[in-house]
Ligand binder design. Structure first.
Ligand code: PMP
Ligand code: GLU
Length: 390
């Protein structure tokens, strides 16, 4: 009999949908796969070449420090200085096998059995399950704000002060981005209440229009604080397969994470670490080219989805690369769908369109699509949605 912890969590719905879609494609079925959030671009060549060079020079043959190569930590520090004019020390940086592992390790480090962890809904699917794996109590708050952003008012109305608050800006799945003032208010609330604040900034380089991304790094010192920043190379550099992310925190938290990681991974894959050094320190033009392309796709999709009957987009996303849209309840009732899970399944089987439902994101009644896909796929997805929601 397997351990109970396996039963108490759900499989990752984004990965499950991605797997199903990929299997159907392998069987020759013409599926448009907008399920997983991963850029369709190739990893820029200078980045891949840095890994190849490291392999050929046998730099990849041995373990590195558990929390990453000194050169990579320095690259994170240098890019933080360049982007936000904030100085960090290497012992505040923990490199991990993807940001997902940074978050998992952090939950293990911060959460005792029964501790409350909150986040606004909709939220990224792994937060809830990672909290459960640490035996914590996960609670999603439904923000009063129309853009699904947590406000000071929402926090002031909580009956129990949580141990940890997770905030994701730019947000997956809603595409919302917190303003400087909104973030300042939340940071100051967590400080006054002695709450740990995990700021997941993995989409920080992907904002659109006149939106400005504000990092918690510019609003709070991390040393001697309970503010932790999560980031990685997956999204901005088209490097989801390389699995490099990191946490930046007070040294006590960073050391505790490293202690755990010593028993989990020993170190992140070395070739990927060399690739990440080049990503952070090499030319940045590819990031901007991809960002502009995502923005074009967002504008195209937003315009085309807005006119489809029976679905509605609560607001135009301004960051990340997702559109989170609502399905009209009457449409569901008319067609006998009990949930958006059913709709997501029907879209896959009837329209060959893979998009996960809002259930896993803590918001039933919605569906999420990723527009980090080619224009042709997005045009085709629009047609299939139009056909389904007629
Ligand atoms: N946070 C958010 C909000 C995400 O969407 C993802 C996507 N996978 C991650 C963290 C983890 O990223 P990765 O493990 O690929 O670095
Ligand atoms: N973060 C991406 C998504 O939300 C990748 C899949 C995952 O790790 O959940 O689709």
């Amino acid at each position: 009999m397997l351990a109970k912890r396996v039963d108490k969590i759900a499989s990752s719905p984004t990965l499950a949908m991605g797997k199903k879609a990929k299997e159907m494609i392998a069987n020759g079925i013409d599926v448009v796969n907008l399920s997983q959030g991963e850029p369709d671009f190739n990893t820029p060549e200078n980045i891949s070449n840095a890994a190849i060079t490291a392999i050929k020079a046998h730099l990849t043959d041995s373990y590195t420090a558990t929390n990453g190569l000194a050169e990579l930590k320095n690259a994170v520090i240098a890019s933080t200085k360049k982007d936000y004019n904030v100085s960090l020390s290497p012992d505040q940086v923990v490199i991990t096998t993807g940001a997902k592992l940074a978050l998992y390790t952090l939950m293990q480090v911060l959460v005792n059995p029964g501790d409350l962890v909150i986040t606004p809904a909709p939220y990224w699917v792994s937060y809830s399950e990672q909290v459960k794996l640490a035996d914590g109590i996960f609670k999603a708050i439904n923000p009063s704000n129309t853009k699904f952003k947590l406000t000071l008012e929402d926090l002031n109305q909580l009956d129990t002060t949580p141990k940890v608050l997770i905030l994701n800006t730019p947000n997956n799945p809603s595409g919302a981005v917190y303003s400087k003032k909104e973030l300042e208010q939340i940071i100051s609330w967590t400080k006054s209440q002695d709450v740990y604040l995990i700021l997941d900034e993995i989409y920080g380089k992907l904002v659109y229009g006149d939106t400005i991304f504000h990092s918690g790094l510019t609003l709070s010192s991390l040393a001697d604080s309970k503010v932790i920043i999560i980031n990685g190379v997956s999204k901005a550099y088209a490097m989801t397969g390389w699995r490099i992310g990191w946490a930046i925190a007070d040294v006590t938290i960073a050391n505790a994470m490293t202690k755990l990681l010593g028993h989990l991974t020993s170190n992140p894959t070395v070739a990927a670490q060399y690739a990440a050094i080049e990503a952070l320190t090499g030319p940045q033009d590819s990031v901007e080219i991809m960002r502009q392309e995502f923005e074009k796709r967002l504008n195209f999709l937003y315009q085309n989805l807005s006119i489809i009957d029976n679905i509605s987009i609560p607001f135009k996303p301004v960051g990340s690369f997702y559109i989170f849209f609502k399905v009209d309840l009457k449409f569901m009732q008319r067609h006998g769908y009990n949930s958006t899970n059913d709709i997501s399944m029907a879209l896959l089987t009837e329209e060959k369109l893979a998009i996960p439902s809002g259930e896993g994101f803590g918001m039933p009644g919605y569906l999420r699509l990723s527009y980090a896909k080619s224009e042709d796929e997005l045009v085709e997805a629009t047609k299939r949605l139009q056909h389904f929601f007629l």
